[in-house]
Design a protein around this ligand. Structure first.
Ligand code: ACO
Length: 159
């Protein structure tokens, strides 16, 4: 779907004095504890519509050349309208502007919609973090009726 980017929607970085929108971040991650492991060292980008935050993504520098999208989420009411796709493009553009060579993202092995979306946006699978969702979360996580086990890592070269 192609997003109609009118004048009333844009992406900007969340300022340090603004409240972290955990409600949105929790759509993509299970617990606040898991989010707090990366959020303080990350840059948070928000997508606003009429002064309301409706989507978010979080970038964490991994190395001189690599940056990771640690969290990406669109509020329930606005999913399926092309915003996720728009944010993935925006994240890759920002990473490239900052001089990174590669952008990476991880998702669950049963997260079929996310795997589809990321590959459609030019990411390719390069690694699997075995047992990630078993070893790092207190409760089993289910998606599409399947328990998440491994994290699938995808990368996109920024040319
Ligand atoms: N089921 C299957 N596919 C769907 C659905 C759906 N319900 N809705 C949209 N899609 C497809 C679309 O068809 C579209 O592809 P197409 O244009 O070829 O048809 C593609 O997914 C992209 O759709 P968008 O509208 O751009 O995606 P959206 O704005 O909904 O954002 C996102 C995707 C971020 C995954 C959103 O759904 C979301 O916030 N989900 C909950 C949180 C989440 O899972 N985040 C990712 C976790 S991994 C991480 O954060 C690193």
């Amino acid at each position: 779907m192609v997003l109609d980017t009118g004048n009333n929607i844009w992406v900007r970085q969340l300022r340090k004095d603004e409240k972290i929108p955990y409600d949105l971040l929790l759509l993509a991650d299970e617990t606040i504890e898991a989010i707090d492991k990366y959020i303080k060292d990350s840059e948070i980008y928000i997508f606003e519509q009429e002064n309301r935050i409706i989507a978010i993504y979080v970038l964490l520098k991994i190395s001189k050349d690599i940056i990771e999208i640690k969290n990406i989420a669109v509020d329930d009411k606005h999913q399926g309208q092309g915003i996720g796709e728009y944010l993935l493009k925006d994240a890759a553009n920002k990473a490239k502007e900052k001089g990174f060579k590669k952008i990476i993202i991880g998702t669950g092995d049963a997260s079929t919609r996310q795997l589809y979306l990321y590959q459609k946006e030019g990411f390719e699978i390069f690694d699997t973090k075995k047992r990630f969702f078993i070893d790092n979360y207190p409760e089993p996580i289910y998606e599409n009726g399947i328990q998440l086990e491994h994290m699938i890592m995808l990368k996109k070269e920024l040319k």
